[in-house]
Design a protein around this ligand. Sequence first.
Ligand SMILES: [Zn+2]
Length: 296
Amino acid sequence: MAYVGRFAPSPTGPLHAGSLLTAVASFLHARQADGEWLVRIEDIDPPREVPGAADEILRALEALDLTWDRSVLYQRQRLDVYADAVRRLVDQGLAFACRCSRSTIRAQTAEPGARVGYPGTCRELGLPADDAAVRMRVDAPWDSFEDGLQGRYDAPRSAGYEDYVIRRRDGLPAYHLAVVIDDAFQGVTTIVRGHDLLECVPAQRHLQAALGLPHPRYYHVPVLVGPTGQKLSKQTGARAIDTRDPSREAFAALERLGATPPAELEGARPAELWAWAIEHWDIERLRGVAAIPIGD
Ligand SMILES: [Zn+2]
């Protein structure tokens, strides 16, 4: 099967060293496999989005010679597709409308012996799905799965296996739903993304099965962490990639991924660095690594 990989940022801020690391790892892995590398903008959470961030991310990828295949997919343009899937899952009895507020759920789950996570309150109520959240029914513990880098993953028992939300109360699709539908729509075979998303896989595999979609292969690469051990993000003060010095940014990303180019390539155009890196890429160097500390 031909390899299709992807980089799928949310436009919540500019590309920074942490998101660049994931972009580079997924790019190199796809190119080494002679595969396609797609870019998808996951713009389905307007309250968290920053105007202009999507364009800024794309311009940064271009400045870094991280060239993608096909046209960029914007999730905002696919809301009808997600809504159809929700309707189908409700009709099939695999999902149900839920009117619980966060505080009701908190109160219910605080009772001794209560189920972890969502207690199933609305499961059998047959509420109309129009202006309610929609949850998937989850009747068995999560399946374990084999990550390409992190090995066998079993969801911690404390995480439970709750009826997760696939459509929010405000009508917007939940992250799991949009991701799973679009990975299948774009024919993505292999997902290389940050370790912080490892815990999302059990629910996403559950949803793939419910929708009759194939399970892609997963490789969860380490995330960059700051001095306090927190994942590097806009919230923790990560600075934007310096697009005036793309060579240095590209070189630094490769070093962090354990793929240090020879000294004579220092200052070379990113495209030249990638050409070297595709040839020397060995994802095994990241096996079992969850986080890479960044000096500041
Ligand atoms: Zn409920």
